[in-house]
Design a protein around this ligand. Structure first.
Ligand code: DGL
Length: 262
């Protein structure tokens, strides 16, 4: 009997943020072949109009599926998932795993019942996010905090040009709410770029909180969906990274990418 072929998994984001999801998924399925697609030609997604973004994501994913025939696609981007997942699932038969704000687990784990959701301006203003709050946040106060800059700050951090602390502090300040004797104790990282900055967030926080990164849960979902595909005895090929702009990474970014296995 022929040996099982390693599955191919595409991980997609507007830039390098989805690497925070990729590293967890790869840990869960080290035997898979990976193609990481960064749509940096259209970065930042948080500043794009919704109709343009749906078309853009559908086009790039369509081309990627045609070229790589993946077994599963991870949309490792909250800004894209909260607007384009339904269209992607309607168009393509390959299974998709999306990344949406982890409001349910954050409310469940919060002791003060006061949480914040830190995402792009687009993600925090989406109906998808508001529906998650209506459905899963009863009994919990949720502060929606949109940042126009943090995704770019994360790109700069990974490329070896970190922004000053004052910038980070200003972007996260609204997460910290102290009212009725209850302080925010959990902040949902609702943009996949933000785990790249989590140590900066900790250093600039008004008080200690739990910064909730959904990547391990996304990796578990991928593993569940691929459970039928047993690990192949064949070694996986090295992961590939594609920048839609066609840019060559700077030496500092190339060194950072090497740490992710590229
Ligand atoms: N990484 C993306 C997210 O999870 C968005 C960053 C952007 O392009 O604005 O929302």
């Amino acid at each position: 009997m022929a040996a099982a072929k390693s599955p191919t998994i595409v991980v997609f984001d507007s830039g390098v943020g989805g690497l925070t999801v990729f590293r967890e998924v790869r840990r869960a399925r080290p035997d898979a072949n990976y193609v990481y697609v960064a749509d940096d030609a259209c970065f930042p997604y948080g500043a794009q109009p919704e109709d343009l973004l749906i078309r853009r994501v559908t086009d790039v994913i369509g081309e990627t599926i045609a070229r790589h025939a993946p077994d599963l696609v991870v949309i490792a981007c909250n800004t894209a998932s909260t607007i384009a997942l339904a269209e992607l699932r309607a168009r393509f038969s390959v299974p998709f795993v999306g990344t949406v704000p982890a409001i349910k687990p954050a409310c469940a784990q919060s002791k003060s019942k006061r949480i914040a959701v830190l995402g792009t301006l687009a993600t925090v203003s989406r109906e998808y996010t508001r529906a998650l709050i209506r459905e899963f946040a009863s009994g919990c106060d949720v502060e929606l905090v949109g940042s126009p800059k943090l995704a770019s700050c994360a790109e700069a951090e990974l490329a070896g040009s970190p922004v000053p602390d004052a910038e980070i502090k200003a972007q996260i300040a609204a997460c910290f709410v102290d009212g009725d004797g209850r302080r925010t104790d959990t902040v949902v990282l609702a943009c996949t770029h933000y785990p790249l900055l989590v140590e900066r967030f900790r250093a600039n926080a008004a008080w200690p909180v739990d910064w909730l990164d959904p990547a391990p849960a996304i990796a578990r979902r991928v593993a569940d969906l691929l459970r039928a595909r047993l690990p192949s005895p064949e070694p996986a090929s090295p992961p590939q990274i594609v920048f839609t702009s066609g840019r060559a990474p700077s030496p500092a970014l190339a060194a950072a990418l090497a740490k992710f296995g590229f």
